[in-house]
Design a protein around this ligand. Sequence first.
Ligand code: FMN
Length: 173
Amino acid sequence: MKTLIAYGTKYGTTRKVAEVISQRLPGEVDLVDLKEEKDPDVCAYDAILIGASVYGGNIQREVRSFFDHQKENLVSKPYGIFIAAGNNLEVERNYRVYVGKTIYDHAEIKEYIGYSYDFTKMNFFEKTMIKKVAKVTENIEKLDEEGINNVVQWVKEVEGRLSKPITDKTAEH
Ligand SMILES: Cc1cc2nc3c(=O)[nH]c(=O)nc-3n(C[C@H](O)[C@H](O)[C@H](O)COP(=O)(O)O)c2cc1C
């Protein structure tokens, strides 16, 4: 079982969750920051997870361009999508509207993984905006355990699907 977790992140929430997920998965897991490696080959994996975070109403450019390049390959593979955002409605809006209906519809799971706000990493304008719009004034982390568990569970289900034919074949002999 080989899983790819490809993600975009600005301040690290999505990376942190991707790492947490990777530690709980069976088999081999490759973690790829799409800013550093733009186009990992999804064909080399049994399951693919793509994560992103929302800034100013959209996900990272490198994540959108990964979908553009890998769209054909992805739709024939089991893949899931997840998102870090202040608003839990952002999964659908960002992936269905901005990445595309085909990618959104074919994803086997679509999970919200929570958010964090770290004022030490924000610039002056970001701090002002977050205080005003999100009404948050100090560092906070609210990861969504249910969403994270669903992602882990889904990869285990894919693993079960993959191992089934081998088990059946063994049983025949
Ligand atoms: C400047 C700024 C803009 C943001 N814009 C949005 C937004 O438009 N919608 C939203 O749901 N969350 C928004 N967020 C919340 C982020 O998605 C959240 O902080 C997330 O945890 C960031 O993940 P990352 O560290 O992996 O980039 C914003 C956060 C910041 C600091």
